[in-house]
Design a protein around this ligand. Sequence first.
Ligand code: ADP
Length: 608
Amino acid sequence: MKQLLHLIINSLYTNPEIFLRELISNSSDALNKVRFMQVKGEEVHAPKLPLQIKIEVDHEKNLFSIEDTGIGMSLDDLTDRLGTVASSGTMKFMEQLKENGSKAEGDLIGKFGVGFYSAFMVTDKVTVETRHAQIDDAARKWVSDGKGTYEVEETDRTDRGTKISFVFKEEHKDFALDHKIKQLIRKYSNFVDFPILVNGEEVNSTTALWHKSKSEIKEEELNEFYKFISNDFEDPLGHLHLSMEGRINFKALLFVPKRKKPDFFRTEELTSLQLYSNRVFVQEDCKDLLPEYLRFLEGVVDSEDLPLNVSREVTQYSPVMTKIREVLVNKTLSLIEEWAEKEPETFYTFYKEFGPLFKSGLQSDFGNRDRLIELLRFQSTRTAGASDKETENESMVSLKTYAERMPEKQKEIYYLSGNRLEDILLDPRLEYFKKKNIEVLLLSDPVDAFLVPGLGTYQEKPLKSIEKADLDLDTDEEEEKDSLSGELLEQVINAFREAGKDRLEDVISSRRLVESAVTLTIGKEGMDSHLEKMMQMMDKSTGQSKKVLEINPSHPVIVKMGTYLKEQKQEMVQLMAEQLFESALLMQGDLDSPGTFVQRMNRLLEKL
Ligand code: ADP
């Protein structure tokens, strides 16, 4: 017994306040049983007694009592259940503990009921007075110090049910405060569906909403409930009400908030759902109910398939939990898919608030990868010009829509990432695509900059950053008239190679520039430049990949370089090459030495 008590106090429950939850839960069970007898039409003692739980505390005398009008306990119950904690299951548990050394295995703890004994965390001696609901049973009083012995005697109690009373240990005196006990009830047992009275006052006003059928629940009730559990002041954006029966039984009420909480992006502070076991609160923030990317959800899950004293280990490894989680993820994705299809406004409100977190699921939930990919939305060169914010949102594009409107000749899906949409739109590398009317996805959300390169392909079409030098562009077009070519172009290219030596992977003549003279692209193996910058911010040791410089042979400045070459003005050509190369670096925010840049520009102006 001592060992068991030690175990209860030190490893099962680290938190003494839950003694109250355990006792209320026992009372609630007892009330459920008597209600069940009555429903079946069995005769019970004192049938008119209201089904309720009465708690009395007296801070001065340091007293606590909890009394229910439940089924009560017979002599056998008192001796077999309360008397010998060493009921068969418990004994086995103890033996197994010995075999495994002293380490308590998670699922063993889960199978093990010790609720009543948790009272010995806060007291040294418990008195139980009880009268069974059977008509002809006697009332009894049971007293124990929880150390292996107990005494039972008959008493003259007339009411049906059980009263448990004790004096708090000195260090737990605070539990005898009226407001303290009420606060704990609101925290742990608010949805017990029998009235709980503390010193005569009913405390639990809220009923277990999720146990009602959908048609019984009014929208206001849902909203109130949501606000109660989330501390939000706004109504939720939407909700899910689940009631699963069969191989796995649980009920759940989940809410998608309209807005994220202020500290939302500190993922370690993301809360999760509340877990109930048969209406009795078990865990505040049950992380194992949802994957991280769905932790914007608020709500409760109530399953009768989980033991009440579930520990962290139990929720983590239990197959019941895994199954519940699977269902929750599946239903949540269905809800969001439905929004995407039928309620774009709701969908975009959601996407704007929780998109970044939600999208991160692509990197963790491989089972739902395909579904998540379909829910991605992007700005693009087609959508970003839209006049007002609203239509801009609604015209964001999915990969599916993008693929559908790709011209037949186009073989790849193009994107460009950057810090702000406004800046990306000014990128010279977009010129060719704008001119050719090829849609480019514009990724200004940092999460996208990480995610999209990792997608690889969509419907067998490669996703490619237009920063890449190896784009599969359609090139069968007539040569521009004033374009530089042949030997002169080669020499100009060489001048650029000289200007960028050590800093460039290559210099090539490119057809994709329209208004700019040069631009930097990345080689086959290189990383998107925006992504690279973010990586460098996080990890200073990330190196910079070498770029490819593409030059526009029909740009007047490049053509002019050809002219200077013909006139033997080599020095001028070299200066221009250096200046153009560095202005491309400047455009990308990669120019190391503005001083040299400006000096060279002044020399150029002077020469001209
Ligand atoms: P568990 O509730 O997990 O079975 P407990 O130690 O909490 O374990 O309770 C042991 C048993 O004592 C219960 O199964 C129940 O039969 C009996 N019991 C405890 N509290 C009450 C109560 N208030 N009314 C009737 N029976 C009770």
